[in-house]
Structure formats: C-alpha cells, structure tokens
Design a protein around this ligand. Structure first.
Ligand code: GLU
Length: 465
C-alpha cells in the first residue's frame, strides 16, 4: 500500500456523464497503479437537486465500468454534524462570521459595482456587524490577508497564482443551515486523508478558495490535478447536442465496458501512438503527467471502432451472455433454433455494437426471414425454381450438414446446372437470410441446420415471382 489517497466525488443530480466517468477512471487507475486508495464520496448536500435515483444511476455506471472503490461510498448527508462542528470552529476562532445582509441589499451592491465597473464581490459589511439574534444569516469565510496571494502547482496545469483580492468572503453555510460545496469538499478531503485531488478543471477557480479553507481549519493542503474538459467535434463543450453524454446510454446502445474505458482514457491521456489498452495495460502505463493540458475531443466514430475491436476480440461464449438482453429487447426468441454461440461467431466480424449484433441475429431465429423488396425481386424469381429444387434435393440427401461436406454438394449442383458460383450462392443466401448481412454461405448453412434450410428453401419456392 502507498500513501496515495484519491477520490471521486460526484454530485447525484443526474446520471454519470462522460466527463465524470473519465475523472473516476483517472482516479481509479492512479490508485491501482500506485497501490493507493480510491475513495467514492457522494456529494449530496444540495438536497433539492440530489436524488436516490441519481445515486443509483451513478453507482450502476461505476459498476458497469468496473471502477469499484476501495472505501465508500460515503454520503455527505451523513456527515452534517462534522460540518457543523467545523463551522463552529471557524466562528469561534474568528475565521468566519455571520452575515445578515439580505438578498435585496446584496443585489443593490452588486448592481452598483457593475455600474461603477468594479468586479462584484461581497464588501465585508458583516465582518464588523454585531450579532442579530433573530435575523436569518449565512456564515461567511473571512478571507485573510487581502494583499496576499495563493499559489499551488497543479500536476496537470502547472503553477497557478491567484491574488486574494480576486477572491470573495465565501459562503460556508446557507440560511437554511446547510453547508456549501466549497466548504464540505475541504472538510471531507482533509478528514478522508485525500492526498491528491483529481477533478475536472471546471473546479480550478474553486481551488484557491479551498486552499484558504484548508489553512484556516489547520489541515494539510493536498495536491491537485485538474483534468481538461471534453469538447464536441465543433470544439464546444460536450453536451447532448453531440450525442449521448450519459455513460449508461452507451451501455444501452450496445457498447462494451472495455471499449468505453479504452475510449474514456484516451480523452486526454496518451501513451505514444497506442490506441488499444486493456485495464491491466492502463494500470501499468497510466500517469498523471501524461494527461494533456488541452481539452479532449469527443469522437463517436472512434468509440465505435474500439467497440468493434472489443466485440471481435471477446470470447463468443461471453458475448452470448452480453447479447441475450439485447435479443430479448428486440423480441427475438432464441430458445430454439441455431446455437447462439455459432450465430455470434458469424456476427462478431460484422457488428459494431450489441444492438447491431442483435439485429443481425434476427433472421437466424425467425420462422421465415423477412425479405426486403430488392432481395425478393432480384432473387426470388421463377427462373430460379429449378435451382432451388435441385439444391433442395441435394441438401436433403447429403450425409452431414457441415461446412466441409456441404462444399462438394454445392459444387455438384453447380456442375449439374452449369452455373457460376454467384448464380447459386446469391439466391440461396437470399432465401436463407431475406437479404440480411451474413457470413459465408457454408457457415450459414451449417449454423442454420438442415431443417431450417429446407424450410426456408420451401418458403422461397412458395414466393417466387
Ligand atoms: N461534486 C463535485 C462535482 O460533481 C465534484 C467536486 C470535486 O471533485 O471537488 O462537480
């Protein structure tokens, strides 16, 4: 075990999105690589916007991706007593104060500042105001040393310095008594012993404020690594306009977690020009220093390419288990008919997603294939009657129904009728599949089996035009 302690701290106000999943992955990988500890903390202090549904959605997505935590999940709503005591500590030591300014007063001050061309910022009125027993209040942090500055070295972005005068007397506790994000995140990261905070760079402006809070509370300041955001192909921040942003939407679209992980890691991290990484590779090769400073660009085609790769590489038996729910969803009854493993082997090469694979499997399990118009008019023609009849007789007679024995049978039919291979294979394939993409003709015959093949040839004979 090393001393490294990292965490992923999602707010349960929606599903786990691509950016959050990447942050979780980077934390997970570094913890595994350095034999540190990966903590999961659910930041649910915003009670209005948080929901159990979102918590479940996030935990499901983490499980699907295989990013199990070493400690947690912890819930901030279980820790309100701790936060209260820390607020009290700051009030008692004069590092925080109660602010009684009303919304109207604050709005008026903000407006005035804007009119006068100043940056709107709380003016500290209540720093000196005496207690008002019955008035509602927020608790504010008393930002120290207005002439000073705060510096830190971000492990991705490099050195960052912010002057204190640019910062505000931050609200630590709202009027309703609930603590705010910037405050609880500091208490929790410190109390949970987090040594490195890896998070999205949308939080980089919070970091100087948080560093002041660490110091005021007497905590050690952790290291920070702010990961650049993810953009769509138009270089705008990734949003629903660019496609699904929820991780589980990709599960539903038939992506494999291996592909998703491989894809997520490459949104910001690289290792030479390598593209394919298993989880084990990543644990060995991942470093924060190789995370780039510029934004990653979301590229759905690449995700699709990776998914095809992992579908091709996966053990067919395992793929069968993953495929079954997708078959069920498409109403495909696979309880009888060809062997699913054999079907999957034939589809692996030509499916980019499990949804596509299920669509491709439909004709195997149908009573009769559905013919698209083109296939029907092109191949189910009266002039092919003799061909179908000859094939039928030959296939009924052949000893075994295996690729190796089927080959000479078809060649005999070809010779008898004086046809070229395509003139036989295309109508036969059409009769068997209805026109769906399918593997080689011999494999197709073997997987469907004699009874189904004969039934489909009969079906075709009854539909000739
Ligand atoms: N709960 C914050 C969020 O979901 C994360 C804060 C952090 O990582 O410090 O954006």
């Amino acid at each position: 075990m090393s001393d490294l302690r990292v965490r992923f701290a999602p707010s349960p106000t929606g599903y786990l999105h691509i950016g959050g999943a990447r942050t979780a992955l980077f934390n997970y990988l570094l913890a595994k690589k350095e034999q540190g500890t990966y903590v999961l903390r659910i930041e649910d202090t915003d009670i209005e916007r948080s929901s159990q549904e979102s918590v479940d959605a996030i935990l499901n997505a983490m499980e699907w991706l295989g990013l199990s935590c070493d400690e947690g999940p912890f819930y901030q709503t279980d820790r309100f007593e701790l936060y209260k005591s820390k607020i009290q500590q700051l009030l008692d030591t004069g590092k925080a104060y109660r602010c009684y300014c009303t919304t109207e007063e604050l709005d008026a001050k903000r407006e005035l500042a804007v009119q006068e061309g100043r940056k709107p910022k709380y003016d500290g009125t209540c720093r000196e105001r005496s207690a008002q027993p019955d008035a509602p209040y927020v608790v504010r942090f008393k930002l120290p040393d207005p002439d000073g500055e705060v510096c830190f070295v971000d492990r991705i972005k490099g050195p960052i310095t912010v002057r204190n005068e640019e910062l505000d007397d931050l609200i630590l506790q709202r009027t309703d008594g609930t603590p705010t994000y910037n405050f609880v995140v500091v208490v929790d990261d410190a109390e949970m012993g987090i040594t490195l905070v890896i998070r999205g760079d949308d939080h980089i402006n919070n970091t100087p404020r948080q560093i002041h809070l660490y110091r005021a509370l007497g905590y050690a300041v952790p290291e920070f690594a702010h990961v650049p955001m993810i953009l769509g192909d138009d270089k705008k921040r990734l949003s629903k306009r660019h496609g699904a942003t929820s991780v589980m939407a990709y599960q539903e679209q038939g992506f494999l977690p291996e592909a998703m992980i491989n894809y997520l890691v490459r949104l910001g991290w690289s290792h030479g020009d390598e593209e394919i990484f298993s989880m084990a590779d990543l644990i060995e090769k991942f470093t924060i220093e190789a995370v780039g400073r510029s934004a990653g660009v979301f590229n759905p085609e690449k995700l699709l390419w990776l998914n095809s790769h992992y579908i091709k590489a996966l053990d067919p038996q395992k793929l069968v288990e993953l495929l079954k729910p997708f078959l069920v969803k498409q109403g495909i009854d696979f309880s009888h008919g060809p062997d699913l493993v054999a079907v999957v082997k034939g589809l692996q090469e030509r499916s980019s997603t499990l949804v596509q694979m299920a669509e491709g499997a439909a004709f195997y399990f149908a009573d009769q294939p559905e013919f698209d118009d083109k296939t029907r008019t092109q191949f189910l023609r009266e002039e092919n009657r003799q061909l179908f009849l000859t094939l039928r007789t030959a296939l009924v007679r052949c000893d075994t129904f295996e690729q190796s024995t089927l080959e000479p049978v078809l060649y005999t039919v070809l010779a008898d009728l004086g046809l070229k291979f395509g003139k036989l294979a295309q109508p036969l394939r059409a009769a068997l599949t209805g026109g769906s993409p399918s593997p080689g003709i011999y494999e197709l015959l073997e997987v469907l089996g004699r009874d189904t093949v004969i039934k489909r040839i009969d079906g075709a004979l009854s539909k000739l035009v």
